[in-house]
Design a protein around this ligand. Sequence first.
Ligand code: ZN
Length: 243
Amino acid sequence: MTTPCASHQGIDFKGPALLPTMPATHGHGKGGKAMAEMEALASVYPASSFKAPRVYRDDPRYAMLVVDMLEDFIYGVLKCERMVPKIPNVAAVLDASRSKGVPVVYCNDSHKPSDFELNRWEPHAMRGTKGAQVIRELAPRRSDYVVPKSSYSSFHQTELDDILRSLYGGQGANTLVIAGVTTDCCVRHTAADAFFKRYEVEVVEDGVEAFSDVQHEVGLQYIRYWYLCNVLSSKQLIRKLGS
Ligand code: ZN
């Protein structure tokens, strides 16, 4: 399953030296400054205002989305090393999804040099390169869908919405389980478009990551606040899927 990405012709490609790089990778330790930032965040997006998915609770039809679990994002040029320990959690939810017949969709950056995003970030997940391949640990199965994308949201100029609406005998999926990287970018923008398109979302808390604790927490809190989105552990989700 492929989707041609938008091509932005006429944009001068700038070399990596002129482009920002990802923040330095830090460990999971929550230092004083990071802890203070996270405490401050709690008052920006208060938990008391979160609304969990509710519209489809009597008839949830799940699809699992795996976002950008690619060589370049885990081990390559934009690597998020903090995600590595969480790979088995994503694998576990994938196994549970497949065993219960929940459709799995991989949403993968697959960039062309003319993609506008490459004026912001250094070249990554370039189409046809190893960096654009799903990491070996989570390799797609024959029955899975693979959707190439050219920007942050998995819905932006892709076939994702059409695929989701074709599932369950044409009834369509209505609730999306999301795992992958990064919490505050492609996961967040995918959750946003999901909400706009009337999907509810379950995010795998131990199956998403970002480049720092604070960015991860910002991402989770933001999507919980603005959309109908649960943040559940992989174990909770596997139970919910009925495994
Ligand atoms: Zn990209």
